[in-house]
Write a protein that binds this ligand. Structure first.
Ligand SMILES: [Zn+2]
Length: 508
């Protein structure tokens, strides 16, 4: 680049002595010490909500306190979130389908109530069959009072990309139906999946939601093949109300106030989720069966997912707090509850932001930064001194990480399939939906003990994690010191919803 072409603030290629000292203070031993606690059996796999998760939150807060971060929650370091843990009812009766001169009943044990906000009695609701979950067709159809019949897609055998596209289509269709005046959504499936409890914000739990019922039935399966015939029928059934348990859970937030009089009111986030899937009992509630059952172990320790991200947030905060001169923008260190139950902590933050969204310039979210044994196409490879980010070309945040990587000896690479497919699979997604350029940084997208009982702290490569964390720390300094905030890549159409969300907040 020609000298004088770029403003001086745009690149900061030099690591100053003070910065180097801070980066060097990131220690593999500290990471190991913290992770051996966070992922210990006493925390029982940090299910949301659970006493183990509470202990983890207190531990993170205690470390933020020791590092002299400023508390930024509503209760000291805690952003408290009132939530409802909702257990779905068992069907009280079968489901009767009648029309075109025939009538059949689906037995209660061939039905699973997947979602409902209240008890509903459905009396001969006209059936509308949607052979594919096409949102445009749905929007053009009058669905008030109707029973919407769709098919459960078969995800087995889909590539991650296909599965993600199918899931997204399904999600937007179901969200639209859920908020409509339809009577019920019936998902026809070959295999009934057990209903999992749902964790919702208190506001969301109060809203009326169209019940979703899974049905395993050959006649209904036939209706999907003959939508017109199916649509001449009606459905009757009773859906009982759910059981609601009120709980309070916490995001943990500490800040390092910025040093620049103007830029200090703008924010760079470093985030990770501190929850995991708990024990075989709680994972069973979430319809997860142990991948490699072990009669001597029932705790999912979640050391890499995402104990590694959690202790990295703590250690990077400690290191940057040592800088005599803080970075110009305010750095926000935040750990989320409930990622495993649907990115709930990040969603809660996105909907109840403590710092204005329009002034939040970037989020670097850490997931699975400890293990270097990566599974790709069924083979295990070693990934040392490398890291990748999701949504690699969605914004120029990854470029800053890649440049910092060069300075500390970490190669940042793009994984063409995982980059987009995993963008929605962690907390960065909830913040991106608000418009914040947000990416997840990971060392291994998939590893041998992913969501398995063997995800334990002894298997983590701490020296490698410390090097990756030094890169992240340096990138945060540069994101915070650069007066030009990172931009979404307008050339990539996939960023359109995020850019639109960002525009909505502008000026606030
Ligand atoms: Zn995770």
């Amino acid at each position: 680049m020609l000298a004088g072409c770029a403003p001086a603030t745009e690149i900061e290629p030099v690591v100053t002595a003070q910065q180097k000292a801070a980066l060097d203070s990131i220690s593999a031993a500290n990471l190991k010490g913290d992770l051996s606690f966070i992922a210990s059996d006493v925390l029982q796999g940090r299910y949301t909500p659970s006493p183990g998760l509470e202990v983890a939150a207190e531990f993170i807060a205690s470390q933020f306190r020791a590092a002299r971060l400023k508390p930024a929650g509503d209760h000291d370091y805690f952003q408290t979130a009132p939530m409802i843990d909702r257990y779905m009812p068992k069907p009280a009766s079968g489901m009767t389908v009648e029309g075109a001169g025939k009538k059949f009943t689906i037995a209660a044990d061939s039905l699973v109530i997947f979602d409902t906000s209240q008890a509903v009695k459905i009396d001969r609701a006209p059936v509308l069959v949607f052979p594919t979950r096409d949102l445009d067709t749905l929007k053009k159809t009058d669905i008030a009072g109707k029973a919407i019949v769709v098919e459960q897609p078969d995800f087995d055998g889909m590539s991650p990309g296909q599965a993600m596209a199918t899931y997204r289509k399904m999600r937007s269709f179901d969200i639209y139906v859920g908020a409509s005046k339809a009577a019920i959504e019936i998902v026809v499936t070959k295999r009934l999946a057990p209903a999992s409890p749902r964790l919702l914000s208190a506001e969301a739990a109060g809203a009326r939601k169209v019940p979703v019922v899974q049905a395993a039935n050959a006649e209904l399966q036939r209706c999907l093949k003959h939508p017109d015939e199916g649509s001449a029928s009606t459905v009757s059934t009773d859906v009982p109300g759910p059981e609601n348990r009120a709980v309070t859970v916490k995001n943990v937030i500490g800040i390092l106030p910025g040093s620049d009089p103007k830029l200090k009111d703008t924010y760079v986030l470093l985030t990770a989720h501190y929850d995991h899937i708990g024990t075989t009992e709680t994972a069973g509630r979430m319809a997860m069966a142990p991948k490699s059952p072990n009669p001597d172990d029932h705790i999912y320790n979640g050391a890499n997912d995402d104990g590694s991200g959690t202790v990295s947030v703590i250690e990077i905060a400690r290191a940057l707090a040592k800088l005599n001169q803080h970075p110009k923008r305010t750095l926000v260190f935040m750990t989320f509850f409930g990622e495993e139950r649907g990115e709930l902590g990040s969603r809660y933050y996105g909907e109840h932001p403590i710092f204005p969204i329009s002034k939040t310039v970037a989020d670097v979210n850490l997931e699975q930064v400890g293990r270097t044994d990566e599974v790709t196409n069924g083979k295990v490879t070693r990934e040392t001194n490398t890291a990748s980010l999701t949504g690699f070309d969605y914004s120029d945040v990854p470029k800053t990480l890649a440049e910092a990587g060069k300075a500390v000896g970490i190669r940042v690479y793009t994984d063409p399939e995982a980059s987009d497919a995993y963008f929605t699979r962690s907390d960065n997604d909830a913040l991106a939906e608000q418009g914040i350029p947000a990416h997840t940084l990971t060392v291994a997208f998939d590893y041998p003990d992913y969501h398995a009982l063997g995800d334990e702290w002894q298997k983590v490569d701490y020296e490698n994690m410390a090097r990756v964390d030094r890169m992240v720390a340096l990138a945060l300094i540069r994101l915070a010191n650069n007066s030009r905030p990172p931009q979404w890549n307008a050339q990539n159409p996939k960023t359109a919803p995020f850019r639109e969300a960002q525009r909505k907040w502008a000026g606030q």
